[in-house]
Design a protein around this ligand. Structure first.
Ligand SMILES: [Zn+2]
Length: 123
């Protein structure tokens, strides 16, 4: 589920009253009420997406502008770095944040990142 206001896909639980939760968009702070009992709703966020782990990645291949753009398209929440900063990390074999990836999409995302030349650290 994406935020209606800013399009960000990351939410946190702001308040919880019985079965009713209010979710807050991490990016812009928009709030929406969520009935926790309405598990069948198509547009509700699956419960495991509230517990997304933030992953670290590292370049296996020398990053290019195209590779960086492909990675950013795959991972809208990854750390925003310039190409020079990415190159620096590649040369230093240093990691950077890939943002949060839901477990449902993770396998596919990891495979596509491999195509781009990024390896997931500590996986
Ligand atoms: Zn928002």
């Amino acid at each position: 589920m994406k935020c209606d206001r800013c399009g960000a896909p990351i939410w946190r639980v702001a308040t919880k009253l019985g079965s009713l939760e209010t979710w807050e968009c991490v990016q812009c702070g928009a709030r929406i009420p969520i009935g926790a009992n309405e598990s069948g709703r198509g547009d509700s966020v699956p419960s495991d997406s509230l517990h997304l782990s933030e992953l670290q990645g590292a370049w296996l291949l020398m990053p290019s502008q195209e590779r960086v753009q492909r990675a950013e398209a795959l991972l809208p929440n990854m750390e925003r770095l310039t190409l020079a900063q990415h190159l620096r990390r590649y040369l230093d074999k240093a990691g950077f944040s890939l943002g949060r990836i839901s477990s449902a999409d993770r396998q596919e995302t990891v495979r596509e990142l491999g195509d781009v030349g990024i390896e997931i650290l500590g996986d």
